[in-house]
Design a protein around this ligand. Sequence first.
Ligand SMILES: Nc1ncnc2c1ncn2[C@@H]1O[C@H](COP(=O)(O)OP(=O)(O)O)[C@@H](O)[C@H]1O
Ligand SMILES: [Mg+2]
Length: 384
Amino acid sequence: MIIAGSISGTSIDGIDVAVAELTGIETGAITLRPIHAATYPWSDGIRDRLLAALPPGSCDAGELCELDVRCGQEIGAAISLAVRAAGVAADLIVSHGQTIFHWVRPTGVAMGCIQLGQPAYIVQATGLPVVSDLRNRDIAAGGQGAPLAGTMDGLLLRSLPAGSALLNLGGIANVTVLQGDSVLAFDTGPANCLIDLAVQARTGQAYDRDGFLAATGTVDILALTGLLNDPYFSLEPPKSTGREHFDREYVAAHLAGLSPLSDADLVATLTEFTAVTVADSLRPFGIRQLYASGGGAQNPAMLARIEHHLGAPVSTTAALGLDPDTKEGYLMALLGYLTWYGVPGVLSGMTGSATPRVLGRISPGDQPLRLPEPAEPPTRLTVT
Ligand SMILES: Nc1ncnc2c1ncn2[C@@H]1O[C@H](COP(=O)(O)OP(=O)(O)O)[C@@H](O)[C@H]1O
Ligand SMILES: [Mg+2]
């Protein structure tokens, strides 16, 4: 079937949409054929309001309602454009939406999360059934609800040499590793979110394009030590985090009392912070090859520092046939495919829940909802 998957990540840089043909679930071996992917920027007003609503900001119920509707309308419009550009007739839409809050107790127990983007407006725009709210079922079952990349990554890792791992560098960084036969997926900490905030405050640019500032600055060891002084890094995986924790006050709070850093030194230090926390998180798993995706995979300074600290080669998921920039959209399409066929979208233990769960909610499209016969969990994924 043809599925359009969409997500806006913690960077809130835009709505990623990926249109794919997914086949083979009845046989246990899924084939994913990427057809078209694009990113549509949030309108300025909405992006600013989303940022203002994120912790340490807040929003009232009226603003939350309006943002939910506006996000749904913008996501619906983006998906319609992408499906039209793909030149195919889609059967199913998957919308992750925009995470506005990921509620995790300081002990590491995940309690809930809210993604904005009212699916009724996505049905309104497309006429198609929409799978949404992909995380809360896993959280209710005792899992972290994040990262969900482990489902796709686990299938990919099974056909790669032992010692391989996947890394996504969005606002937050997450990794997937195999531990014996089980898949483990967890957030290592920030990837780009703190760097973006620093670059925006210091230079007015959106991000450290191609890692230019990071490459010209010098890491400040005292500042790095201050940043690493955070209980999140001592929690055992599986664990998850978000911008509620790594918020716009994080850097100032952790560097209080230290001498101010130049723009380049601050960005170099924050980039090193990402690299060290990614490599430290992966060290127990003896990784020999890492495949990166997400916007951070376009930052050569970040990849070089991860490679340095990990002591193993880092390439991108392009080597696996998945464009690093669009991988998460295809992940959403895959998760929706699993839900449509009644197949769990998280594996046992992957994010901490004891039993696998079918993820999400399905909003009917213009036609009555007719679900296929449930399938068995797949054992293989091929990207063509
Ligand atoms: N050319 C680039 N150089 C450095 N960083 C980049 C580049 N392109 C994207 N990024 C970083 O990637 C981020 C977006 O990554 P993305 O994977 O979309 O994250 P999310 O899933 O959180 O939306 C940007 O905010 C920026 O920090
Ligand atoms: Mg993004």
